[in-house]
Ligand binder design. Structure first.
Ligand SMILES: N[C@@H](CCC(=O)N[C@@H](CS)C(=O)NCC(=O)O)C(=O)O
Length: 209
């Protein structure tokens, strides 16, 4: 019997929005349950049984469960034979390279700044650590700016891929948190390009968490 994919996670969360945007690009129907900040706690045993990290999103596809937003996006593209992971093994490897970079390098860099300036968490108000976070985030966005300048359109050229879904959310975060930033003109052009996509307007450039 066919069943509908279920996505667990509040729609305001940056990592949930990657998955919702991916579904929009692929035309996939799903049910969504609100879990996380302001909703049911992911620390409840029922949720921990699905994701021991107590984070959103989680995908449930029948008796199959998956966590880690980027892995979920790739799974959805594969399951629905989507066009978002390139046509060749090497294209896919490069898309995954940028997705991993986003998850590991970029996310790590902005975390302190986000918790300090957006969440205003008292535990993240050390000026030195804030400066270090801003400096490493800025350096990485410079790498992205140069990549976009070289590729000329999307992260990997003319084709929109999952690298753009995860990067689009990151660029939105970069632009929405106020502090002195270099004028990365290719990043700004890229943001305007993404804003031509319905899925980005709906899921990519809203919310802050
Ligand atoms: N690397 C994980 C990170 C997941 C994560 O940190 N999710 C945040 C929301 S973006 C979360 O669950 N926060 C706790 C909450 O909302 O209660 C992924 O990409 O799925």
């Amino acid at each position: 019997m066919s069943h509908m994919i279920k996505i667990l996670g509040r729609a305001s969360a940056i990592n949930v929005r990657k998955v919702l945007w991916t579904c929009a690009e692929l035309g996939v129907d799903y049910e969504r349950e609100d879990w996380g900040l302001g909703f049911r706690s992911p620390s409840q045993p029922e949720f921990l049984a699905l994701n021991p990290n107590a984070t959103v999103p989680v995908l449930v596809d029948g008796d199959f469960t998956l966590w880690q937003s980027n892995a979920i996006c790739r799974y959805l593209n594969d399951k629905f034979d989507g066009p978002l992971l390139g046509d060749t093994r090497q294209q896919r490897a490069l898309i995954e390279q940028w997705m991993d970079w986003q998850a590991m390098e970029l996310n790590t860099a902005w975390r302190y700044t986000f918790l300090s300036k957006v969440r205003q968490s008292p535990d993240f108000q050390d000026p030195g650590q804030l400066q270090a976070s801003i400096a490493s985030w800025t350096k990485l966005m410079g790498i992205l700016d140069r990549q976009l300048q070289a590729s000329g359109r999307y992260v990997l050229g003319d084709q929109f891929t999952l690298a753009d879904v995860v990067m689009g959310l990151s660029v939105n975060r970069w632009l929405t948190i106020p502090f002195d930033k270099p004028d990365y003109s290719s990043v700004l052009t890229y943001y305007e390009l993404l804003r031509e996509r319905e899925g980005f307007l709906t899921y990519g450039c809203n919310g802050i968490a």
